[in-house]
Design a protein around this ligand. Sequence first.
Ligand code: NAP
Ligand code: 3JM
Length: 349
Amino acid sequence: MTQKSYNVAIVGATGAVGQKIVKILEEKQFPIQHLKLLSSKRSAGTKVNFKGKELIVEEATNDSFIDIDIALFSAGGAVSKQFAPEAVKRGAVVVDNTSAYRMDENVPLVVPEVNEEDLINHQGIIANPNCSTIQMVAALKPIQKAFGLERVIVSTYQAVSGAGNQAVEELKLQAEKFLSNEVINPELLPVKADKKHFPIAFNALPQIDLFQENGYTLEEMKMINETRKIMHAPKLPVAATCVRLPFFTSHAESVYIEVGQEGLTTQDLWKVLRHADGITVQDDPSEQEYPTPLSAAGKTDVFVGRVRKDLDQDNGFHMWVVSDNLLKGAAWNTVQIAERVLEKGLLLK
Ligand code: NAP
Ligand code: 3JM
């Protein structure tokens, strides 16, 4: 019997995330009948190779979604607000990679290893969480399930590719200029929309996205609110500090947790993490074994190392969580959601 195949659209196909989605759909042999690549007017006409054929990128319009079964959006919140409802109206299930709908109570926010059961309630739009949230909850869920979870405090070390292709170019240019003693003119980071811009090359910027009235940045508030929603733990104490660093790929996170039981050991945590889907434990201090942004880049798993018990708090543990921000953090989680939608028969038509 031949497998059924589907019409898929990618909105933002020329972007850092969109390009990875195209690649991963091909690698994972997603059952595609027709793939439509959409962007703004700027990139319309760009040629992209998919399964040995040349596809031409088109400008996204409402009619782009006629006959589409699944539309994967990664073109910013404004584009999702404009086109996602139009795509649903035309019968497509939308998997949205932006923050536009994540906290909407009618929109499931899903990391398949954590809460795939939430997909069943979708009303057309399914949200993909923020990259930093995804890798953290993937590591926290098996621990929560086994021992309970009472507190989370995270500091992130995030790659520039999380801010898009232009941010990658800005780091390359600044690094070259810095090493040849030329003047650097920061134009994009930490946030294009904010008043000031600072060098990212050979620097660390404790601001990702805009500041909120409570003194946290929006990226930090995304991690806090999304974690509570995905883990069905609306009152879980979560604090986050998000920092941009000058490397291209993978986010790393130092995560402190307090679990729901006393007397546990590092070995107890290793055991549940080793059995968890999508997690690879790389943790052997005697061999200097731990994940790094470079070692995780290009891989779909979430890597966990440096697990150790807090020296003062009996139910406290520290760990180091690393994953490719454009794969599990974005493109792979999106495609995994689309796979589950097909498996569970959750298309709109
Ligand atoms: P990027 O490299 O700057 O790419 C942006 C993409 O959006 C390009 O394909 C661009 O097309 C397209 N686009 C811009 N305006 C558009 C419009 N009016 N209509 C249709 N397409 C339009 O950014 P990125 O890093 O790929 O991120 C894209 C979005 O994905 C982000 O804004 C964010 O919302 C989301 N994201 C989510 C995660 C996550 O954690 N899950 C991570 C990163 C990004 P052109 O080539 O024509 O400009
Ligand atoms: C990651 O709307 C925009 O301009 C995109 C901002 C953005 C987001 C977001 O809010 O969707 C850039 C990078 C994200 C994200 O995943 O939350």
